[in-house]
Design a protein around this ligand. Structure first.
Ligand code: MG
Length: 324
């Protein structure tokens, strides 16, 4: 099942199910079905997919019943038919948003593909422990939103990554239970400003926050694919194009630290919560080694098999005071 956040016109944003060529309003579909099935007068509203994930298995069961009704065409018949038009939308006529706009945490792994380790360090030595940093939620943008950078950003880079979305909360999670805490997956572009990689810094520090934490530096989407649709998340093909030119392609390459290892290790330090994002690193082909840094007007497209394609355009903003 593919879930997404969308906004029809000026109406409120809401969670949806991507089904065939349509997007269905998840609340509207579940409400009309549950009323029809006389399962009580439950009035619920999932404001977003974090609400949905927090409800756990019950929410997923409800969504699956809605999906089954779409497949059977039961919304096309009887009393449900009159509400049908309020359930299904044409994706071309709504705005798709990032599937999670306010996750409790965005954790990102650095150097989790050998090919990328080599391009940034010149060596194939693997990190002994997962190397992590965080992005603030102000970095998140959705499909077709602009990556907006200040005029002094000179070395803008791209990193296509598989992002794990946490479903069930946990602390000190053992590796063999870690996948039970995964809800699904999305795409994250770990946008980076390579001026802050620290190479010329006499303190020899990487300024992770300036490099990775800027506004709009976490394009995410187009949807959240629940984990049952992805048989092995470690060997999905990741690709990234700039203006139609293929720059990154992970075919055949696997992650250094696998998802259970990452989640187990991370949860020794922090509680994982529903909606948390754990991005699993990028393969070779970043601008860091190609020196083809992104510039205004560039179109960046990330694709992961089984999830979809995420497109964003680069824009430069004026560095002027805004009292927002
Ligand atoms: Mg990265």
């Amino acid at each position: 099942m593919k879930l997404a956040m969308f906004k029809p016109g000026r109406e409120k944003s809401r969670p949806g199910i991507l089904w065939k060529e349509k997007i269905a309003d998840l609340n509207a579909a579940c409400l009309s079905l549950e009323k029809q099935r006389s399962e009580g007068k439950t009035e619920f509203l999932w404001e977003d997919l974090i609400d949905f994930l927090e409800e756990g298995e019950r929410a997923e069961r409800r969504a699956r019943l809605a999906l089954a009704a779409f497949e059977k065409g039961s919304l096309d018949r009887g009393p449900l038919a009159k509400g049908r038009s309020k359930i299904f939308f044409d994706p071309a006529k709504v705005r798709l948003l990032a599937p999670l706009s306010k996750p409790p945490k965005i954790l990102c792994l650095a150097r989790n593909y050998v090919s990328h380790v080599q391009e940034v360090t010149g060596s194939v030595a693997r990190p002994p422990d997962p190397l992590l940093f965080m992005k603030p939620t102000t970095a998140i943008i959705g499909p077709d939103d602009a990556i907006v950078v200040p005029p002094f950003c000179r070395k803008l880079d791209h990193e296509v990554e598989l992002a794990v979305v946490i479903g069930r909360p946990g602390r000190f999670i053992p590796e063999d239970a870690a996948m039970n805490h995964v809800a699904g997956y999305t795409i994250l572009n770990d946008v980076s400003d390579r001026d802050y990689t620290g190479k010329k810094d006499s303190h020899r520090l990487i300024n992770w926050f300036f490099m990775k934490g800027q506004d709009t530096f976490a394009p995410m989407g187009p949807c959240l694919v629940l984990k049952d649709e992805i048989s092995d998340p470690h060997k999905l093909r990741l690709r990234l194009w700039v203006n139609g030119q293929l720059r990154q392609d992970s075919e055949g390459e696997k992650m250094i630290f696998k998802i259970p290892q990452i989640l187990s290790r991370v949860s020794q330090f922090v509680t994982l919560k529903p909606g948390d994002i754990v991005s699993t690193g990028t393969p070779v082909g970043t601008s860091f080694s190609t020196k083809q840094y992104l510039k205004a007007g560039d179109v960046v497209e990330c694709e992961i098999e089984g999830i979809g394609r995420l497109r964003n355009v680069v824009r430069v903003e004026e560095a002027v005071y805004r009292n927002v």
